[in-house]
Structure formats: structure tokens, C-alpha cells
Design a protein around this ligand. Structure first.
Ligand code: NCD
Length: 307
């Protein structure tokens, strides 16, 4: 729709706009009261056709913290999708009831279709194994606060790089910064899809390596981005069971890591980071959750055109 700005892919935001969102989110942390009524009278709809804890609740918490209100559903079964309604019709309807929509859907491209039929901004809150731009904003906010910069960082992505949508979006975002190096650590079967390699890494001339050996590359990393093996995207349970524990980060495996390494994870965690690592000062994944709320507040303000 014309004049309505949605967020479907992280690259729709320029690097300057990302800096602006990080600055706003940082100001919200310092001065929450100044933002507490910015969205009075506004409504956020959360349309979650796939389960979520963090993303949905963090959107809801973000809108409530801005003085707005929320409505929505948290599973397809409790919406008219169960009666066969199309995404286009659901969104046409919900845009009459709300000012902004956050949508998660198991089908790649569904939030894009929704944005084409909505009269209010649509935010992609995760589409299948494709993209997850607001997790990427959360990751960028964390990187900015942990490292103080986006340039000249070596980031290791470990785990399910095939189905992990947060990985695809963060690689896209980081490919725009000078001196980014990417280290891809996964089992053979869960390698980064070739379209991401071609369209992002090779096109942007990003230096990258692929390996199966986490410990061998550990000393190079400034950031280690661990991920869960995405059970729900597997065609058979046997493959999942065989691959699920491919990487388990333990305190021992960090012996040769940099002292200022930052360990990120979009969560939920299953087995891939042992709980003993939570006590390591380099573990940043729970801080990351906290940043997610503030950066989503900044994004809602931006898309609604509120200063
Ligand atoms: C991620 C997702 O939904 O893709 N979670 C999240 O949004 N925090 C990662 C995952 O589910 O493994």
C-alpha cells in the first residue's frame, strides 16, 4: 500500500536508519518515562500463525510500554485461517482494527503478501526459514552495546544455518559493514543456503569460511552466534535426532576464545549452550532479550511516524 511503510526484510532499513533506531532504543532505556505515552490510543495486532514466546511478548511489551494497546492471536488454530481464510483477507480485516501489525507465519513470503493488502504497517516477525528482521535489530542493538561498533567484526554462526532465519537476516545486515568476516560453522546437511551465499556474501564481497569445527575457529571470533536446530522445519524426525546435538557449547570449549568474545543466541535454547556458560561474562543472550523490547519500541515509533 502506498504511503505505508512496512518492514519485511532488514535491508529495507538503511544503515543510517539502523543507527537511528539503536539511538532511539538507547534513549528509551535511559528515559523510559519520556516514551510512556507516545502510542496512547494506538493498537498493535500480533498475528502469530506459528508459536513464539519472546518475539510476540516482546512486541506486546514494547507497545504497552509506549502506552498503546494490543490484540491478536498466538496460533493459527485460533484464527479464521483454520476456516481457510487467506492471509490477504485476514490482514484486510485486521488493518481495520489496528494501527500496526506484527506477523509471524510458517510460509516464506506471507508477511510480504500481507503488507501488499494492509492499510497499516506490517512487520515481519519471522517467515518460515527465510527472514526475521526484528530479531536482527535485536542482534544489532546487542552488538552495538557489547562491541561499540559494527565494523571490523568476525562473526561465527554456529548450528542450523540452513533453516535458521535469524542467521540469514543477520548475515544480510552485517554484509553492509566494512571489515565484516563471517565464519559458518555447521554440519554438512545444515549449511547456509547457496542463495544467501550468492546473493549476500559473494555479491557484497564478504570474506567467509565454512567449517564443521567450532573449536578450531574459536580464537578468531569476536561474536559467536549460536542457534537451535530448527526441528519444525525438518521433513523427518530421524534427521533431526541425528543432527540436534551437533554443537553443544560448554565452558570448556571456550578455553581458547577471545576474552572479549560476545556469545549471542536468538533463543529458545535447547541443548546447544550448556547452562554453565550462562555465568560466563561473555554470555550476552539474556541481555539480548532485554534489548529486543527497546529496539521494537523504537521500530514501532518509526513505522507509525511518531517522534
Ligand atoms: C528465533 C526464531 O523464531 O526464528 N527465535 C526468536 O525469534 N527469538 C530462533 C529460533 O526459534 O530458534
Amino acid at each position: 500500500m502506498e504511503n505505508v511503510r512496512s518492514l519485511i526484510d532488514i535491508l529495507e532499513l538503511s544503515v543510517e536508519e539502523i543507527d537511528g533506531l539503536v539511538a532511539t532504543a538507547t534513549d528509551i532505556i535511559a528515559n523510559p518515562a519520556a516514551y510512556a505515552h507516545k502510542c496512547d490510543g494506538r493498537i498493535l495486532a500480533t498475528l502469530f500463525f506459528e508459536p513464539s514466546t519472546r518475539t510476540r511478548l516482546s512486541f506486546e511489551s514494547a507497545m504497552l510500554s509506549l502506552g498503546g494497546q494490543v490484540l491478536g492471536f498466538s496460533e493459527a488454530a485460533s484464527s479464521s485461517a483454520a476456516k481457510g481464510e487467506s492471509v490477504a483477507d485476514t490482514v484486510r480485516t485486521v488493518s481495520c482494527y489496528s494501527d500496526i501489525i506484527a506477523m509471524r507465519h510458517p510460509k516464506e513470503g506471507a508477511p510480504l503478501v500481507a503488507s501488499m493488502h494492509s492499510t497499516v504497517p506490517v512487520i515481519n516477525a519471522g517467515d518460515g526459514g527465510h527472514n526475521h528482521p526484528t530479531q536482527t535489530l535485536t542482534d544489532l542493538m546487542t552488538i552495538h552495546h557489547e562491541k561499540g561498533r559494527f565494523e571490523n567484526l568476525t562473526i561465527g554462526f554456529c548450528g542450523d544455518l540452513k533453516f535458521g532465519r535469524t542467521v540469514h537476516s543477520l548475515i544480510s545486515a552485517m554484509s553492509r559493514y566494512r571489515g565484516t568476516r563471517i565464519v559458518l560453522i555447521s554440519p554438512e546437511e545444515l549449511k547456509l543456503p547457496s542463495y544467501v551465499k550468492k546473493e549476500v556474501l559473494q555479491r557484497c564481497g564478504i570474506e567467509y569460511i565454512q567449517t564443521t569445527d567450532l573449536e578450531a575457529v574459536m580464537p578468531q571470533l569476536d561474536i559467536l552466534y549460536m542457534t537451535r536446530v530448527q526441528r519444525e522445519r525438518f521433513f523427518n524426525e530421524e534427521d533431526y535426532l541425528r543432527l540436534k546435538d551437533s554443537y553443544i557449547l560448554t565452558a570448556e570449549k571456550l578455553w581458547n576464545a577471545k576474552e572479549d568474545l560476545s556469545i549471542l543466541h536468538p533463543l529458545p535454547r535447547v541443548n546447544e549452550i550448556s547452562v554453565a556458560v550462562d555465568r560466563d561474562p561473555r554470555a550476552a543472550y539474556f541481555k539480548q532479550v532485554r534489548y529486543g523490547r527497546y529496539i521494537r519500541m523504537a521500530l514501532i515509533l518509526k513505522l507509525l511516524g511518531i517522534n
